[in-house]
Design a protein around this ligand. Structure first.
Ligand SMILES: NC(=O)c1ccc[n+]([C@@H]2O[C@H](COP(=O)([O-])OP(=O)(O)OC[C@H]3O[C@@H](n4cnc5c(N)ncnc54)[C@H](O)[C@@H]3O)[C@@H](O)[C@H]2O)c1
Length: 274
């Protein structure tokens, strides 16, 4: 019970990696707040977390809206009294036909002898799409971190974990430049804030995830050809994607009092980027 008597808030906690982290923290005794923009998945996730025996508050919230985030933290404090752990997990992950075609082309080009060519996505990207990525993947991390620090700094205690991606640290990825740029920004933000608040005994670190078997990835793999799936697995030295629980256990460790990590990026990725 590493997190007993702690309150943890996980953004985008209604499915995928966020839900796995929420469940892992609940299993370590923390009371949980999950927020998500999707009202359909929230009640089911909340019930699963409550079934572990802890309290769970589910809040519908768009983390890219500063007002929505203010309401989320107000409800958290009103219901749970405080906040000890923030996991900035919600993100706009790439999906849709155009992105998936780009991704499959990238795996093919990297694993098959063939002529190289441009993946051809940036020239057609719209301002709206670009700004939406920054809103959800970066502005939201700032809004939530600011609210969390207003609670954590006075009590000189707290843990903040930012979920970034290998897309933010290396070119060995099939992701859109907007996704890569925003995840890189999360890592730079993590380092800077970590140094800023370390003196207040607040630990800020990042997980730069490699491929995780969550609903968007599962949907992509289900629709992809065998050749594409093989190409992706071929690019991972371990030969497979990560399970959400293999990332959630690291988040629990970063949320615990058992380490000396400040401003670090830890990248579980099956050996894709070293
Ligand atoms: N799955 C992967 O392969 C992978 C790889 C690297 C990094 N990541 C990162 O892991 C994190 C979780 O991704 P996932 O694979 O579990 O995705 P997911 O789509 O399964 O889960 C993301 C959750 O965030 C919610 N969300 C999206 N926009 C939101 C908003 N504006 N406000 C509140 N909630 C919002 C979604 O509704 C969803 O429930 C993300 O930060 C992602 O960038 C995932």
């Amino acid at each position: 019970m590493k997190l007993k008597n702690k309150v943890a808030l996980i953004t985008g906690g209604a499915q995928g990696l966020g839900k796995a982290i929420a469940l892992a923290m609940a299993n370590e005794g923390a009371d949980i707040v999950i927020c998500d923009i999707n009202p359909k998945t929230l009640p089911g996730a909340q019930a699963e977390i409550e079934a572990t025996g802890v309290r769970c508050l589910g809040v519908e919230c768009d983390v890219s809206s500063v007002d929505s985030v203010a309401g989320l933290f107000k409800q958290t404090v009103a219901t749970c009294g405080t906040l000890d752990i923030l996991v900035n997990n919600a993100a706009l992950v790439q999906s849709g036909e155009r992105n998936e075609a780009m991704r499959s082309k990238f795996y093919k080009m990297m694993t098959t002898p063939m002529a190289k060519e441009s993946l051809g996505v940036t020239k057609d990207f719209t301002d709206e799409e670009w700004h939406r990525y920054w809103g959800v993947n970066v502005h939201a991390v700032f809004y939530c971190t600011r609210e969390a620090l207003r609670i954590m700094e006075p009590k000189k205690s707290g843990k903040i974990i930012n979920i970034a991606s290998i897309a933010g640290i290396g070119g060995f990825s099939a992701f859109h430049p907007a996704y890569c740029a925003t995840k890189g920004a999360v890592l730079a933000f993590t380092r800077s804030v970590a140094i800023e608040v370390a003196g207040a005994n607040i630990f800020v670190n990042a997980i730069a995830a490699g491929g995780v078997l969550t609903p968007p990835m599962e949907a992509y793999l289900a629709a992809a050809s065998e050749e594409t799936r093989n190409g992706l697995h071929q690019m991972i030295p371990l030969g497979r994607l990560g399970k959400p629980q293999e990332y959630a256990s690291l988040a629990v460790y970063l949320a615990s009092d058992e380490h000396y990590l400040v401003g670090q990026t830890i990248s579980p990725n099956g050996g894709m980027i070293l």
